[in-house]
Design a protein around this ligand. Structure first.
Ligand code: ADP
Length: 261
């Protein structure tokens, strides 16, 4: 039987955080970090107190997405890390502790896991309505350590409509089920492209597959995000599209998903 069917772990709650929501994906490159960052900014715009924790320890992208590259964090008088603040969010990433953005994290598992739990529990988050966790892709050590040690309120799974992405998302779904973290739903990213000339929608990676997956697996699609070159451009510039182009179709899609979580 799977090890997790026994409740052998005591899951700690992150003090002061009302909703701890993990954003995961089956594989890399589907836009998980982009979705996590934009949903966090969208929730802040809705008036909530929000934190964003980059738990993608080997490939942190939150510093780039939020224009916080080469920033450093400090500790308060109680030795608790003070998160950075940007776009109304409290933000923490392992990137803020590395000597430079090109420095790889070469820690072994146990040290990484210690750092990760410190990122949750030894941080001066203050009072938060939502703490959004940008997980690494897949179903590895980080996800399991978090599931064993931390009380999480829900998970959002990001996928694109490609078959390769959907194959892995089934595994991610099974993992969250196994560790008994409620799945709030699936975000379909890069769902379609709106031609700027004609306004026609093109379902580049196929239509309806994510919806089909969700109903098969007893979950729901929280929303579909179009492919928009602006998303990538704004991310590279360090301003999430919800912040820089709030009137765009893609920003509105993020805002309507934020209202559902
Ligand atoms: P992951 O966290 O899953 O590895 P990222 O969030 O880093 O993925 O996104 C991968 C790339 O795709 C980035 O260059 C990002 O800007 C781009 N991207 C993500 N979502 C969209 C979208 N809806 N439209 C256009 N580009 C996107």
């Amino acid at each position: 039987p799977p090890a997790f069917s026994q409740p052998m772990f005591v899951r700690r709650k992150v003090e002061g955080v009302r909703n701890l929501i993990a954003v995961g994906s089956g594989k890399g490159g589907v836009g998980k970090s982009t979705v996590a960052a934009n949903l966090a900014v969208a929730l802040a715009k809705l008036g909530y107190k929000v934190g964003l924790l980059d738990a993608d320890m080997y490939g942190p992208s939150v510093p780039t997405l939020l224009g916080l590259k080469n920033q450093r964090v400090y500790v308060d008088e109680n030795n608790r890390i003070i998160p950075l603040e940007k776009y109304g969010l409290k933000v923490l990433s392992i990137g803020f502790l590395l000597p430079s953005e090109d420095t790889p994290v070469i820690w072994r598992g146990p040290m990484l896991m210690k750092a990760l739990t410190q990122f949750l529990f030894d941080v001066n988050w203050g009072e938060l309505d939502y703490l959004i966790l940008d997980l690494p892709p897949g179903t590895g050590d980080v996800q399991l350590t978090l599931a064993q040690n931390v009380q999480m309120d829900g998970a959002i799974i990001v996928t694109t409509p490609q078959d390769v992405a959907l194959a892995d998302v089934r595994k991610a779904t099974a993992m969250f089920r196994e560790v008994q973290i409620p799945i709030l739903g699936v975000v379909e990213n890069m769902a379609y492209f709106v031609c700027p000339e004609s306004g026609n929608k093109y379902y580049i990676f196929g239509k309806g597959k994510v919806m089909e997956f969700a109903s098969q697996y007893g979950t729901k699609v929280l929303g579909s995000i179009p492919i928009d070159p602006q998303v990538a451009e704004d991310s590279d510039k360090g301003t999430p599209v919800v912040e820089s182009h709030p009137e765009s179709e893609v920003a509105k899609a993020f805002l309507s998903i934020a209202k559902l979580i």
